[in-house]
Design a protein around this ligand. Structure first.
Ligand code: 5RP
Length: 230
């Protein structure tokens, strides 16, 4: 099966965990788009849920799909968040944020009782770090954060160009930070989180409860300690 087929297969399997009465966190990206479409289809068929979104792009998709939405500023607890990832390791630690939504995605993940990640097989890695870790920063802290990232061994690259930098949904900047293979993700999480002006980063270490990953059409559900075939 092709990669999009695998993304969709993982998304459909995860969407089956959504039930009546839930408040659901909707992720961002091409894999999350399949979940939004499937939940929209089920809402049209009578599923009664509400959702919060992690980006303006997902908000537009969810509205078009007819999913009832609540503003996140009104919400402290979510039943289930479903989102994509850029890399996931065997301990269900992940790098997210290629789509630039990692700050809102982490708030939604932290508010969620359970978080499920959906992915095609290309996202599975033995060790995190081939992908850069995206960090969202306050524009006025740009030079300062670049200096601090370099001091902890990262190579930060401004997303976009100096003349036309990429802007997040909150109008902030993103630095894609290359660290290479990550030996101690917990320490790196602490170091990044301690930098003033760095609003959020794409390392997700303990938020993910289960992964649906599809390879050649076969979907596997991996919980933090149990592996089953979906
Ligand atoms: C957006 C994300 C995405 O979930 C991640 O980049 C995966 O995207 P895709 O499903 O398109 O590969 O973290 O900020």
């Amino acid at each position: 099966m092709n990669r999009d087929g695998d993304k969709q297969a993982a998304a459909l399997a995860a969407a089956a965990e959504v039930g009546d009465g839930m408040l659901v966190g909707l992720g961002t990206g091409s894999t999350a788009a399949f979940v939004i479409a499937e939940i929209g289809r089920r809402c049209a068929a009578g599923l009664r849920i509400e959702a919060v979104v992690t980006s303006l792009a997902s908000e537009a998709m969810a509205r078009a799909a007819g999913i009832p939405l609540r503003p996140m500023d009104d919400v402290a607890r979510i039943d289930l968040a479903i989102d994509g990832a850029d890399e996931v390791d065997p301990d269900l630690q992940a790098i997210k944020g290629a789509g630039g939504a990692m700050l809102r995605e982490k708030i939604v993940a932290a508010a969620a009782r359970r978080m499920i990640v959906i992915a095609d097989g290309s996202k599975r890695v033995a060790r995190l770090g081939a992908a850069p870790i995206p960090v969202e920063i306050l524009p006025l802290a740009h030079a300062f954060v670049v200096d601090r990232i370099a001091a902890i061994g990262g190579v930060p690259q401004l997303r976009g160009t100096a003349d036309a930098p990429y802007r997040t949904d909150q109008s902030n900047l993103v630095l894609d930070c290359h660290f290479g293979p990550i030996a101690d993700s917990v320490s790196l999480d602490r170091l990044l989180s301690a930098i003033p002006g760095l609003l959020g980063h794409g390392l997700f270490l303990d938020q993910i409860d289960a992964l649906y990953v599809a390879e050649d059409g076969v979907v596997e559900r991996i919980a933090r300690s149990v592996v089953t075939t979906a």
